[in-house]
Write a protein that binds this ligand. Structure first.
Ligand code: NIG
Ligand code: FE
Length: 423
């Protein structure tokens, strides 16, 4: 091999590859598929892609004549894929710490929502905020996510509801996508709540006839790139038939369907998503048995959000049942003013303790399967030759410490690398 390379990571105690391409990878197979190499090295090229992974002495021989822009001695440390956060609401203004106190005193999520708090509170503040203010707080949040090991994150709009503010949020996401090292999958979530004075079918009409055509135009001109379409399908928010109409229209303009379903009430959202060819459905605390089977058959991934069930003291999503039925289970932080968590290591920890996932399952769900939920498992989510050089190096000789420890990850995660560059 001739020429220089970007990065050499030498002699790691463990390299956790998490092999797989999503479509063929099931979290229930994680124990067999994580592929942990001991005493291994990894090379990333100047194009940001992984060039080689293997035993340290073999890599040393292969690349002995090569130059590297950067080398890191990984003795005693572990290398894992960068974490993928498959569900966040990170662009907003307006604090909601007071609602945490209300919830601790017994108010439910819907009590607060119906009293004009919750999403509606954040919508009012986000509408008033300038684009610059939103970008600054968003950037800080992304930096905290990166420090916690996230290298690819799904980011939703949805605190505007009207076209003007939804576009403002999407422009902020687009700017971050172009300027920051973290990978971003952008989601239009204009159907996050029904605006005051409208019914759900009326709000759906406005989205279909005005918001989506505008997004299509901005996508064509290259101004704003959107990957996914989302709806909060819930009793008292968007009913099943309005959800269907919005998702179908989004799909027709080329967006991946990735929506909130079966969270607080059973809505048959999973059945709908499977029928429409959704890439992912999030939450699913109240999913039916039939819905789980339909999702497995349709290769529609389940994005489970342990922080939400924890914060709202909901029943836990049935991760074990989903894994047993062959659903592609992914994880997300659901970072938003309700679930204020940036950390995928904490999310994996909660998934193991509260949802009874094993550590290999949780890691697969927060890497390859989360990449699958975003339609990016061919390029992201595992350490394999040809995939993007997104990875983390932890200061521990066993990779499980990333999940076992809860809190204090800044000391544990020593390096975060995106496209071969230490960030
Ligand atoms: O995924 N359930 C709907 N959306 C968010 C909460 C958003 C908010 O409360 O601001 C969620 O948990
Ligand atoms: Fe959400």
């Amino acid at each position: 091999m001739a020429g220089g390379h970007r990065l050499l990571l030498e002699n790691a105690r463990q390299v956790v590859m998490v092999c797989g391409r999503g479509e063929r990878f099931l979290a229930r197979d994680a124990l067999r598929s994580l592929a942990v190499l001991e005493g291994a090295s990894l090379v990333v090229g100047t194009d940001g892609l992984i060039k080689a992974i293997g035993p340290a002495d073999a890599i040393q021989k292969m690349f002995s004549e090569e130059t590297f822009e950067e080398r890191i001695d990984c003795s005693g440390k572990c290398i894992l894929p960068g974490l993928v956060d498959a569900h966040t609401h990170p662009v907003w203004a307006g604090e909601r710490v007071h609602e945490f106190a209300m919830k601790l005193a017994g108010a439910t999520y819907m009590d607060i929502h119906q009293a004009g708090g919750g999403i509606n509170f954040t919508v009012e503040h986000t509408r008033q905020a300038s684009e610059e203010e939103l970008f600054c707080s968003f950037q800080e949040r992304l930096q905290r996510m990166m420090r916690a090991g996230t290298t690819l994150v799904e980011c939703k709009s949805g605190y505007g509801l009207n076209l003007e503010t939804e576009l403002k949020m999407l422009r902020v996401i687009e700017r971050a996508r172009r300027q920051l090292p973290i990978g971003i999958s952008a989601t239009y979530c204009g159907a996050h709540s029904v605006p005051k004075g409208k019914t759900a079918p009326e709000a759906a009409d406005e989205i279909i006839n005005s918001h989506l055509p505008k997004l299509k135009e901005l996508g064509r001109s290259g101004e704003i790139h959107v990957d996914n379409i989302d709806v909060f399908c819930e009793k008292g928010v968007f009913d099943l038939s309005s959800t269907r109409r919005i998702l179908q229209s989004g799909k027709e303009m080329g967006l991946q369907i990735n929506f909130h379903g079966d969270e607080l009430h059973p809505m048959k959202a999973a059945e709908l998503g499977a029928e429409l060819g959704a890439q992912a459905i999030s939450h699913l605390e109240e999913v039916s048995d039939e819905g789980i089977v339909a999702m497995a058959m349709a290769r529609c991934s389940a994005v489970l959000l342990p922080t939400t069930a924890y914060m709202l003291r909901l029943k836990q999503p049935r991760a074990r049942k989903m894994l047993d039925e062959g659903v592609i289970v992914a994880l997300g932080s659901d970072f938003n003013p309700n679930a204020y968590c940036f950390s995928m290591p904490v999310v994996m920890h909660l998934a193991c303790v509260n949802m009874r996932m094993s550590m290999p399952e949780a890691l697969a769900a927060a890497t390859i399967n989360a990449a699958y939920a975003l339609g990016k498992s061919d390029t992201h989510g595992s350490l394999e030759v040809g995939k993007q050089g997104d990875l983390i190096i932890i200061n521990s000789s066993r990779w499980e410490h990333l999940i076992y420890q809860f809190g204090g990850h800044h000391e544990l995660i020593e390096y975060v690398v995106a496209k071969g560059k230490v960030i």
